[in-house]
Write a protein that binds this ligand. Structure first.
Ligand SMILES: Cc1cc2nc3c(=O)[nH]c(=O)nc-3n(C[C@H](O)[C@H](O)[C@H](O)COP(=O)(O)OP(=O)(O)OC[C@H]3O[C@@H](n4cnc5c(N)ncnc54)[C@H](O)[C@@H]3O)c2cc1C
Length: 636
């Protein structure tokens, strides 16, 4: 059933061949098509701008008051590309290989190769837009290293790369708004997908200012609604990041792939209190110069400057001499947890390790370090009141990114005809673990360079009946959305939505976080079901629907998280192996590394919704590796 539509032919020629074979829409006809793009982050902003530039009419939606506030703006460290400006051995093939290996051999070869190919176009495109990437003294673009690679291929704009890239996409988008080819719909939340004759033909949204439920029709729908890491409650994601858009699409026929593949990022400011609602990332780029360590003796409470060199455990450098502090995120996170579990953690809670810049400052000077990471150091000091130029940072893993998402084929189309999914919202090219600086690359690859071709092939090759929003399918979706809204408002219980969300986060962190086991996963499933049942009896959702009502918005998102979390846990339970971000304790090597089972689990797990009262059905897309050899991932 799952046809990934991977083109035939040699790996390096697949994309070219496919682009040639795809049907084209002639320029005059493009004007006749309307495309809905939901999301204005790097994936949505770039897609909406590019499609409008081609001549399509685009309706673009987002939750925030401005497209510029999409969560992509938070991205700090950089974006990968295989330019090989450093002359250090990089190539498209190496970026491809690093990504496949980093993802623990659980991604599609053809997609990853295309990603590596277009990575270079992205940099050229963004430079032409005026993105102020960091430069070397001689004027060439500068690079730094990120985890899971032994070359420097990460392009950056200090610690604000996402913001600068988003401003580029936003400029292109606004040009199209001014030209009349993009209509912006800010402050709208997608609450349902409208399906007519098996094709995605529109969406139903709630106007978050007036509360009005609106219907919008189109020839195709493109979801770019980001990731669901907030299911863990505490995460580095923006507060509005949600699973609702993709989960509603799942309920309308789009399969959800690998929901249990989530990424826990090793370098975040540690949790400091019960009522904290947000965690802050300290970019992976800091591991270029910062050295990770803990005291050698468990329970050592001395301040870091009183612990002599001989009593420090630089455990990543020791254990992984080839990659050292730049091992991939899953490996760094698990090792930090292991050190803390042994009682070697630091700080008040014992759930932190040091990230120390003393050697780098002595070697390169404080000024050089400030130039590279100034805004990150400032942010750290503002939050913790500790000066990282003088005292090592304290860091701990936190939920950060999701590799799971809606299943898409090579054209980025989901199992629901006419529904395309881009950026973090799709199940992505990253397999079981994403390498740093590769999410921005994927979002922009999807939006600037893939969808402009593949959507044309779909529109030119498919028949669609003429419809308006008077069609019964729109009425039905509106009725469903209105009833659900009223149901939330009428619960009238005693417990806040945040409190439910916090408890859900604890369950997932405990049983489906950095490591999992079957017993814990089964327990988590029961706990989630019980919590969900209580939510619908005892949550308190104040206010009205015909109004600006953020309690209602949050309640809707948490209700979806409560359903989706069960799918995550089921997916984790089904996968009887460890791979990347999915670490089942029963499957590990003698050195406590993830142990895959390529014979039985070399597949994408794609879940099909079968109704609220039934378990979803699992479908498998086998992953075929013709160009790389499957090996035990080693960073030693
Ligand atoms: C703190 C932080 C730092 C990061 N740094 C890096 C980095 O240095 N390099 C890197 O490669 N990656 C980084 N990442 C990951 C990267 O930023 C994200 O994966 C990427 O930006 C996601 O882009 P996107 O366009 O898919 O989604 P987003 O940017 O999340 O955009 C989602 C859009 O969808 C809209 N939306 C969502 N739900 C709905 C709905 N229901 N209805 C209507 N609209 C909706 C939102 O309004 C928004 O416009 C970082 C992530 C975090 C959290």
């Amino acid at each position: 059933m799952l046809d990934a539509k991977i083109p035939s032919g040699p790996l390096a020629e697949k994309w070219d061949k496919h682009r040639f074979e795809l049907k084209l829409v002639n320029p005059a006809n493009k004007r006749k098509y309307t495309i809905i793009v939901v999301g204005t982050g790097l994936a949505g902003g770039s897609a909406a701008a590019s499609l409008a530039e081609l001549g399509y009419y685009v309706n673009n939606f987002c939750i925030q008051d401005s497209p510029r506030r999409a969560h992509s703006i938070a991205a700090q460290g950089g974006i990968n590309a295989a330019k090989n400006y450093q002359n250090d051995g990089d190539s498209i093939r190496r970026l491809f290989y690093d990504t496949i290996k980093g993802g623990d051999f659980r991604s599609r070869e053809a997609n990853v190769y295309r990603l590596a190919q277009v990575s270079n176009n992205i940099i050229d495109h963004c430079v032409a837009q005026g993105i102020p990437f960091a430069r070397e003294y001689g004027g060439l673009l500068a690079n730094r290293s990120f985890g899971g690679a032994q070359v420097s291929r990460t392009f950056y704009a200090r610690g604000q790369t996402g913001q600068q890239l988003l401003l580029g996409a936003y400029s292109s988008l606004m040009r199209q708004v001014a030209a009349g080819r993009v209509s912006m719909f800010p402050r709208r939340e997608l609450l349902d997908i409208v399906v007519v004759n098996g094709q995605a033909r529109g969406i139903v949204v709630r106007n978050l200012v007036t509360g009005e439920i609106e219907s919008h029709g189109a020839d195709a729908v493109v979801l770019c609604t980001g990731g669901y890491a907030n299911v863990f409650y505490l995460s580095t994601n923006a507060m509005a990041s949600n699973v609702s858009a993709t989960y509603r699409a799942y309920k309308k026929g789009a399969f959800f792939a690998n929901p249990c593949y989530t990424q826990i990022h090793p370098t975040c400011i540690p949790v400091h209190g019960t009522y904290q609602s947000k965690l802050t990332l300290m970019s992976e780029s800091l591991r270029n110069d910062g050295r990770v360590w803990v005291p050698k003796t468990p329970g050592d409470q001395r301040p870091p400057d009183q612990i002599p060199e001989s009593e420090r455990d630089y455990y990543l450098e020791e254990k992984y001499p080839s990659f050292g502090n730049l091992v991939p995120r899953d490996v760094a996170s698990r090792n930090a947890k292991a050190q803390c579990d042994m009682g070697k953690g630091v700080g008040e809670t014992g759930f932190a390790v040091y990230l120390d810049f003393a050697d780098a400052i002595q070697r390169d000077s404080q000024e050089v370090i400030r130039q590279k990471y100034g805004n990150l150091f400032q942010m750290y000091e503002k939050i913790t009141a500790s000066n990282p130029y003088e005292t090592p940072m304290m860091i701990y893993p936190a939920s950060h990114y999701v590799m799971g998402g809606l299943w898409v084929d090579y054209n980025l189309m989901s199992t629901l005809d006419g529904l395309f999914v881009l950026g973090e919202a799709n199940f992505s090219d990253h397999g079981a673990n994403r390498l740093g600086a590769s999410a921005l690359m994927q979002g922009l690859a999807d939006g600037y360079f893939v969808i402009p071709y593949t959507i044309g092939g779909y529109l030119a090759g498919t028949d669609r009946p003429e419809i308006t929003t008077d069609h019964p399918a729109f009425k039905e979706a509106t009725r469903y959305v209105t009833e659900r809204t009223q149901k939330l408002l009428s619960i009238n219980g005693n417990r806040t939505v945040d409190d439910f969300h916090r408890e859900l986060g604890h369950i997932l962190w405990e049983y489906c976080g950095m490591s999992r086991n079957d017993e814990g996963l089964l327990k988590a499933r029961t706990l989630i079901q019980e919590l969900r049942e209580e939510f619908w009896k005892n949550a308190v959702v104040p206010g009205l629907s015909e109004d600006f009502n953020q309690s209602l918005e949050r309640a809707g998102r948490v209700a979806d998280f409560l359903e989706f979390a069960e799918l995550m846990v089921m997916d984790a339970f089904e996968r009887k192996e460890s791979c990347g971000g999915h670490f089942n304790e029963a499957y590990q090597t003698e050195e406590q590394e993830a142990m895959r089972d390529d014979e039985n689990f070399c597949h994408v797990a794609a879940w099909e919704y079968k109704g609220d009262d039934n378990d979803p059905e699992l479908h498998k897309e086998p992953l075929v590796f013709e160009n790389v050899e499957l090996t035990q991932r080693s960073y030693k």
